[in-house]
Design a protein around this ligand. Structure first.
Ligand SMILES: Nc1ncnc2c1ncn2[C@@H]1O[C@H](COP(=O)(O)OP(=O)(O)OP(=O)(O)O)[C@@H](O)[C@H]1O
Length: 298
């Protein structure tokens, strides 16, 4: 990874539509080489934030920084953007429009053609280069959209729901392509409603609700901030854990229970008692990013 790739930062971003504040004092950073998941319910403000990053929508307050300075239109031409409203032409042959887009972003015709062909082949679309976009299934159209945003070796990626409509094989191909870019130090921001995917892919997470940031940071740090939960199994029945001070029983199923423990002293007491009763399992449970999402948006 190069150390010179800038980070992408939004600072105190604001945007309203009439009386409605869609994005309310939103700040976060997408670090170089980091895959940052952008999650939130419908209407949380993800698309509006991404549009402001890309300069498609004017900013009502705050700023977007590329490295340590305000972003410029020229910086944005080097970004890869997959807008919510996919921007390709249904009636045009696939390869032709990718070449055109590549040239708009400064590639030679030859480079754009060879890179687009290589990427489409990787997506299993090598035999569809001359077909019109509209003749492809929606999932395959999505693969072409992804190719369009990655073609010119972008300096940063801003992807609005890039995985929606993709089958698992296409998700894996897309992740491979993204990982190539991440290794080069490109910051990647992508929105998604697929929390399992976010959990699998993200180095960092930003959670929005009602236009505000509910949580933001490295996935590992957010996980560590989650509740201290443990799975415990003591035969024949884990019901004795109910009513122990400092112990919240999240779930009991026969001999097994999931607990939240207030502190290390409680953990010691529970363990001692459990050993006396016949302990067969005591496992710390690392919260998934989906758990964290649910926790902070509750
Ligand atoms: N052009 C617009 N005119 C009026 N209101 C808008 C406009 N664009 C967005 N909004 C409103 O701003 C809020 C945030 O919308 P936005 O599309 O950014 O959310 P989102 O998190 O991307 O949602 P989704 O997951 O459904 O795509 C919503 O209440 C939406 O109705």
């Amino acid at each position: 990874m190069t150390n010179h790739t800038p980070s992408l930062e939004v600072r105190n971003l604001m945007r309203s539509f009439g009386d409605k504040t869609a994005v309310d004092d939103v700040s976060f950073t997408v670090e170089p080489g980091q895959m940052t998941g952008f999650v939130g319910a419908n209407g949380a403000g993800k698309t509006t934030t991404m549009r402001m990053i890309m300069g498609v929508l004017t900013v009502h307050g705050g700023e977007v920084l590329w490295g340590d300075r305000p972003i410029t239109a020229r910086d944005r031409t080097r970004f890869g953007y997959m807008p919510e409203e996919r921007g390709l032409y249904p009636k045009q042959p696939i390869l032709d429009q990718l070449i055109y887009l590549g040239q708009l972003r400064g590639m030679t015709r030859k480079d754009a053609a060879s890179e687009a062909t290589r990427m489409l082949e990787r997506f299993g679309l090598g035999d569809r280069l001359k077909d019109k976009l509209e003749s492809l299934s929606l999932g395959n159209q999505q693969r072409v959209q992804i190719t369009a945003s990655l073609l010119h070796r972008p300096a940063a990626l801003v992807l609005d729901e890039p995985f929606s409509g993709l089958d698992p094989v296409a998700v894996d191909s897309m992740v491979d392509l993204l990982r190539d870019r991440l290794r080069e130090g490109v910051p990647v921001l992508f929105s998604s409603h697929q929390l399992d995917l976010v959990d699998r892919l993200c180095d960092s997470l930003v959670v929005l609700a009602g236009g505000k940031v509910m949580a933001a940071g490295k996935s590992a740090e957010l996980r560590a901030r989650g509740p201290r939960q443990f799975a415990i199994t003591t035969a024949p029945d884990a019901g004795w854990l109910r009513g122990m001070p400092g112990v919240q029983v999240v779930d009991v199923d026969g001999a097994r229970a999931v607990l939240e423990l207030d502190d290390a002293a409680t953990q010691d007491r529970v363990l001692r008692e459990a050993v006396a009763r016949g302990l067969s399992e005591f496992t710390p449970l690392v919260p998934s990013l989906s758990d964290i999402y649910r926790e902070v948006t509750r």
